[in-house]
Design a protein around this ligand. Structure first.
Ligand code: SAH
Ligand code: SF4
Ligand code: F3S
Length: 477
């Protein structure tokens, strides 16, 4: 094993101290040796997983472009391929290994091609061991805390023609001076915090992303002001638990106060993900209800409808508390759309406990739900639980759940028929370039016909003509 390598360590990654994290305004720089390193070369990034990872992809793209690289959307033309991975479930990892397999042949035609793996899988001990042993075509592995080191790591890999592995397993800092190349022209992601300290017993994220740490409010607002000045129409504030924003910095009413300041910039649309029910305060509900540019759409992961399962999951709320929160939001913002995340087949979940999950879907009648079969994650407490429920039983549960979710999605969407909705235009739809697509304020996807004068990024009024479970169809009024 190469002595220079820095391998991930889950035990280290799990540690949390009370020491405040460093907020770095000048940590990132491009070493002299790396300047113009990418001249005449192409980079390709594929991102898996959540919006936090998407945003990291934009940071890496920014770094590549500062090094002189050009983006390519076809990996065949790439000199560097980066797979920005997700570790949340086993199938996310399988996809990446499939891709790594495909890329092997590209290295035969282009021996100088560099294949890098980063993101959450790079933070997992077992995954990095597997890459070392099985996937010799991988040249570079770097972790979620090592993105700022990309220029030097790339340089070293090219220069030495040896494999580089650098994964820090630490609480993490906040680095403010990283570049960004945004992929959205009128919609932008803005990190407001990193990491997670909730340690839900099934989840790998607190290990792969480090301690819950907020950006300073003035740094977030500076980024938003720049987006407003560049005519961005929508910002999505990102964090694993945006509701906990500012707690670590001693801010009072951190997220409610931040949301209000962002709303006052006048940016037309503000969204945020993800809200953990535990930290959702009445102040936040009041601010969301007060400002029309905070979109009436909330992703409120429930995970299970059974309090005993929620307890084993370490979710810190009972189903009654969840329902109370849900109802308070619904009362304050009657037109609010809700989505959720649900896990079926948590170790030893009984039929009755699963029925409670179906019941909460009946009660909340979500607009959509992301539903998953529990996937054991090495190093987490749930992965150590003995699980006697057969996989086939879990598959049947998932199928029943998906049917119920689709029923309410359809029922909710039918209510839109005949309504006039404000839609932010994304561009021609995927299937038909004559038809445009965009999202309503409540985050419903709409395909619509419109005037030729309509531009990407416009907010227009669309009459809804038809509704299916996952899309609406309409025409501009
Ligand atoms: N921070 C967010 C969730 C991020 S992960 C929150 O707490 O709401 C996104 C979703 O993946 C989770 O909400 C959960 O439903 C699912 N998930 C996480 N770990 C999982 C696992 N081990 N198996 C199956 N689904 C999982
Ligand atoms: Fe994972 Fe729970 Fe943190 Fe969400 S809150 S990222 S589910 S540990
Ligand atoms: Fe996946 Fe990491 Fe996001 S595990 S869901 S990419 S934080």
């Amino acid at each position: 094993m190469n002595k220079q390598w820095k391998l991930p360590n889950l035990k280290e990654a799990q540690k949390r101290t009370k020491t405040p994290v460093n907020i770095e305004h000048s940590l990132f720089d491009i070493p002299e040796c790396c300047k113009e390193m990418g001249k005449g070369k192409n980079y390709f990034i594929r991102t898996y997983g959540c919006q936090a990872n998407e945003r990291d992809g934009e940071t890496m793209a920014g770094i590549f472009e500062e090094l002189g690289y050009t983006q390519t959307l076809d990996m065949v033309n790439a000199d560097v391929i980066i797979l920005n991975t997700c570790a949340v479930r086993e199938n996310a990892e399988d996809k990446v290994f499939g891709e790594v397999g495909h890329i092997k042949h590209l290295k035969r035609t282009n021996p100088d091609l560099i294949l890098g793996i980063c993101g959450c899988m790079a933070q997992e001990e077992a995954m990095v061991e597997k890459i070392i042993k099985v996937y010799k075509q991988v040249d570079l592995v770097f972790g979620t805390h090592n993105i700022y080191r990309l220029p030097q790591l790339l340089y070293d890999t090219m220069k030495t023609k040896e494999r580089m592995i650098e994964v820090y397993s630490k609480e993490g800092e906040v680095i403010e001076n990283l570049p960004v190349r945004r992929f959205g022209l009128h919609k932008a992601w803005v990190n407001i915090m990193y990491g997670c300290d909730k340690f839900c017993t099934y989840c790998i994220v607190p290990y792969t992303r480090g301690k819950e740490r907020s950006r300073l409010k003035e740094d977030v607002m500076k980024e938003i002001d720049e987006l407003v000045a560049s005519n961005y129409k929508e910002v999505t504030l990102l964090g694993q638990n945006v509701n906990a924003y500012g707690k670590d910095l001693g801010y009072e009413n951190g997220f409610a106060d931040l949301l209000e300041s962002v709303a006052k910039t006048g940016i037309p649309r503000i969204r945020f993900v993800t809200s953990h029910p535990w930290d959702f305060t009445q102040e936040m509900i009041d601010v969301i209800a007060k400002y029309p540019n905070i979109m009436p759409y909330i992703h409120l992961p429930v995970q299970s409808g059974n309090t005993q399962v929620l307890k084993l999951m370490g979710r810190r709320y009972t189903i009654e508390e969840y329902k109370d929160l849900f109802n308070r939001i619904k009362t304050a913002i009657p037109h609010c759309a809700f989505t959720t995340d649900i896990i079926v087949g948590f170790p030893n979940e009984t039929d009755e406990q699963f029925e409670d999950t179906l019941k909460i879907v009946d009660e909340c009648q979500y607009d959509a739900a992301f539903t998953f079969i529990y996937s054991p994650r090495e190093g987490t407490p749930a992965a150590r639980m003995v699980d006697t429920t057969p996989y086939e039983v879990k598959e049947v549960r998932l199928k029943r759940l998906i049917e119920k979710v689709a029923f309410y999605a359809n029922q909710n969407n039918q209510k839109y028929v005949g309504r006039i909705e404000k839609v932010l235009v994304d561009g021609p739809s995927k299937k038909n370039s004559e038809v445009y697509s965009g999202y309503t304020e409540s985050q419903k996807l709409v395909n619509f016909t419109c005037d030729k004068s309509v531009q990407v990024g416009d907010i227009i009024e669309v009459e809804i003509i038809e509704a299916k479970s996952w899309t609406l169809t309409g025409k501009q009024v």
